[in-house]
Design a protein around this ligand. Sequence first.
Ligand code: PSV
Ligand code: MN
Length: 433
Amino acid sequence: MKTAIDDTAARIAALNGPDADRHARDFAHLAERMATRGIDVESVLARLGRLRIAVPSWALGTGGTRFGRFSEPGEPTTVFEKIDDIAMLDALTKANAEVSLHIPWDEPDDADALRAHLDERGIACGPINSNTFQDRGRPVEPRSSYKFGAVSNAWEEAQSRAVDHMLQVMTLGERLGSRALTVWLSDGSNHPGQQNFRAALDRTIDNLARVYAALPAAWLMYTEHKPFEPAFYSSVNPDWGTSLLIARALGPQCRCLVDLGHHLPNANIEQIVATLLRERRLGGFHFNDSKYGDDDLTAGSVKPFQLFLICNELVAAAADGLHADRAPDLMIDASHNVKDPMEDLLQSTEAILLAFAQAMIVDRASLAQAQAANDAALAQECLQDAFRSDVRPLVREVRRRAGGALHPMHALRALGYRATVASRRGSIRATGL
Ligand code: PSV
Ligand code: MN
């Protein structure tokens, strides 16, 4: 089934052609400026080239709201087709060779066949997500339903069902080559008094400990916090502090996952990230952006400076040797209501790479000196200088050398990928989340 991306590399190279000279000039100019400032351009390019941004399997179809959903022609309907789409994204960006699967949304009938497909397409299985927030329309005994929560539910039947599911997801993940389980819980309450807060947290930790006990040695478990939705009065893991508390209670293989949309308004996410890094408990990210709540918008589209400041903490921590054993996993968690999901994922990937590139050219020695001297203006200047730099030539150069596209989104359109898959897959589909 190697149809759509067979001759992609040659076509991408051809599409790069008309802009090659201009890019070469832009890159040479930037490289020269960086060299005069004592920045090792090749080292920045190498570090940028190592970044891998996982694509969530649930974001390849159009998202939607409870008010409606408007599907795109040629949306993938199977996990195999989703992997094909990710392979195309990676052919363009050379930074997306990883999928984060959501189970049972993308549960394969045949795990070995999916593993073979992943290998053939060159896509790794990143952190795998358990889903204990939907009964998925199948008949369930009331006491086993997730209606009143999963691991925190007052009823043991629901708790056990959730634990069994997470164990099964780990078994599947092992067969697919994953090395981490991401646990986001919708558990919480909608009414004051509905839930005994302390007992709910006790049950959550006790049940997650059952899952943790089965973690393979090379695996990590990630706890993802979120303040509200779908529970609108309280969530059992509402904030980074509780997430850290759970991770600590479980053990060293448990770390916290930060979804940028899972914070109350104006939270200082970069400081949260720095604190989790300090504690060696930052497992990974779900990158997206938001204006009002958990909007799941394109990464960096609303608050690019925040994204840069977060990447700045990551780059600084890496320079200080934190998490040298295993860098935090970088994943996108977005939902596309009006855009072609693939185009949106390319835009998120671009924004994340640009923010990292900016963070990598921060003059850290000057910043440290300014901080030590309590020189607030100079410290801010160090960050602004990097943030206001146009680092697009760096990101493009990394891609060009790897055989990717100078302009991924335009290349995707020029390749006619969506039309090609629409003719094969059909034009009106109703998948998505
Ligand atoms: C919840 O809002 C979340 O951020 C979790 O990561 C879920 O797994 C994902 O979105 C999809 O619902
Ligand atoms: Mn998330």
